[in-house]
Design a protein around this ligand. Sequence first.
Ligand code: ATP
Ligand code: MG
Length: 242
Amino acid sequence: MDIQLNGVSKSFGDQLAIDHVGFTINSGDICCLLGPSGSGKTTLIRLMIGALKADEGMIQLGETVMPSMAMLHNIGFMPQNDGLYEDLSADANLEFFGSIYKLGKAKLQARITEVLKLVDLTADRKKLVRNFSGGMKKRLSLAIAILHGPDILFLDEPTVGIDPILRRQIWDQFQMIRASGKTIIVSTHVMDEVLECDRAALIYNGRLIAYDTVPHLLDQTENGRIEELFLIAGREGGVGHA
Ligand SMILES: Nc1ncnc2c1ncn2[C@@H]1O[C@H](COP(=O)(O)OP(=O)(O)OP(=O)(O)O)[C@@H](O)[C@H]1O
Ligand SMILES: [Mg+2]
């Protein structure tokens, strides 16, 4: 399912957080939203999942105009701040979030076992989340996001605060999920994570300053560092080609 954004704008009060953004995310891609803090990545994700409604423009998942309740079972979302219940075990968190999707008890239990294995938390499933490390919480959030087998995954800075080894493991999991035909949208401000992605959308001050395949973006730089494209945009007042 492609994701199409057309002239999407969103303001908070008098602040324009997303400024006429338009691009299409191809089904089966890992698409990265790259941009400095406050550039609008989380807002863009919340618009795409339908948690926010655009002031202007249109967002479609396949043929469906967002926001759409009917799309919820197709969408997995890993928020920037985990949103886990600290006083519940990993199992109980999964049961709680799983109950939203009405999978049926037996199916849900089987699926919980499956996703716990995938994120390597089987041994810790009875532990209270409050006793989890940061990395364990991230992995549990990922397990929740993929629990109902969504076609599209939105991951908002999934590796912040994670050590390099675990980061590698998490990215291996993303690549596995992608290989199974899913579409992944992942926000980051870590440049080397961009190299894991098929395409990157560079967001700067709420604007899309570039959207291309990662090799094409690298071609536009002098030293092969994608952050250069932000420096250029900064000099030109954020007006780049989009
Ligand atoms: N609910 C809100 N109410 C008011 N302003 C908001 C709200 N959400 C976001 N903003 C503003 O919109 C802009 C974009 O914020 P957003 O959270 O989308 O950035 P971000 O790229 O995700 O940043 P970070 O990398 O720090 O997570 C910021 O200036 C922020 O202050
Ligand atoms: Mg954010």
